[in-house]
Design a protein around this ligand. Structure first.
Ligand SMILES: NC(=O)c1ccc[n+]([C@@H]2O[C@H](COP(=O)([O-])OP(=O)(O)OC[C@H]3O[C@@H](n4cnc5c(N)ncnc54)[C@H](OP(=O)(O)O)[C@@H]3O)[C@@H](O)[C@H]2O)c1
Length: 240
């Protein structure tokens, strides 16, 4: 897939990996980027990166009518990046039902809502959908149990979307980052990859038509271990 001259949607574009993706898409010659965020005012700094090519669009991914509105304003879109996400710490037996709802609303239903809203334009333009998951979608870390479950569900959803959309000529990419240095893991003391490096690796993966993208050294290492012996990774994560 080419980034040059592409017309791109990024959800959760106001900070973190989403903002880094917008910046790198501009650098790679995208012709139009629709930066989506829950609060359009939060996008002023992102739009300032290149006001001629970046357009701020208000869209909460849990709200299908926001996404329908965004889709009607972006019929030229060729790439849609499902990046918005939330993470709550805690084990599945202790987490409140509201915590499950919040993580599933954004990380699962948000991905589904966005895919459904933009599927017609992506079909018309023979484009691609990129779902940002996480390496812990492959095996669960109990302290991130709710988040893991929502992202594992999103991984399954991604595979179904890939099967369905491929019949319409739309490519579907899945991205499995390891720890990234954004607000999401602020205060967690561990090695993390810079968002700009993750954004560059995602773009390289899309350009190389790599369906499953592991965009940092830790995710690549975990994927190799998981591919060799998924039960060993499950047992190791269970102790973390
Ligand atoms: N950081 C990591 O270590 C890591 C690792 C693996 C995967 N990921 C995934 O990478 C993606 C980006 O994460 P990040 O690290 O950049 O996190 P972040 O800095 O916390 O940013 C999360 C983004 O998602 C947006 N968002 C949350 N709920 C939303 C909603 N209902 N509608 C629209 N936007 C919403 C946030 O907007 P507001 O500013 O309005 O809250 C923000 O722009 C997520 O899907 C995350 O799960 C992150």
């Amino acid at each position: 897939m080419k980034i040059e001259h592409a017309s791109i949607i990024v959800t959760g574009a106001n900070r973190g990996i989403g903002r880094a993706l917008v910046e790198r898409f501009v650098a790679h010659g995208a012709s139009r980027i629709y930066a989506l965020a829950r609060t359009a005012q939060d996008l002023a700094g992102v739009v300032a990166l290149d006001p001629s090519r970046i357009r701020a669009v208000q869209a909460d991914v849990t709200n299908p009518s926001d996404l329908a509105h965004a889709a009607s304003a972006a019929k030229d879109v060729t790439l849609v990046v499902n990046n918005a996400g939330v993470l709550d710490f805690g084990t599945v037996l202790e987490a409140e039902p509201a915590t499950f709802r919040r993580n599933f609303d954004v990380n699962f239903y948000g991905v589904l809502n966005t895919a459904k809203a933009f599927a017609p334009a992506l079909t018309a333009n023979q484009g691609a959908l990129i779902n940002v998951l996480t390496v812990v979608a492959l095996a669960s870390m109990p302290g991130l149990g709710v988040y893991n479950a929502s992202k594992a569900a999103a991984w399954s959803l991604t595979q179904s979307l890939r099967a369905d959309l491929s019949k319409r000529g739309v490519r579907v990419f899945s991205v499995f980052p390891g720890p990234v240095d954004t607000d999401m893991l602020r205060g967690v003391d561990m090695p993390k990859t810079a968002p700009v490096d993750v954004a560059n690796a995602i773009i390289a993966g899309i350009q190389a038509e790599q369906e499953d993208i592991f965009p940092d050294p830790m995710s690549q290492q975990i994927y190799s271990a998981w591919a060799a012996d998924h039960k060993a990774v499950e047992r190791k994560f269970a102790t973390m």
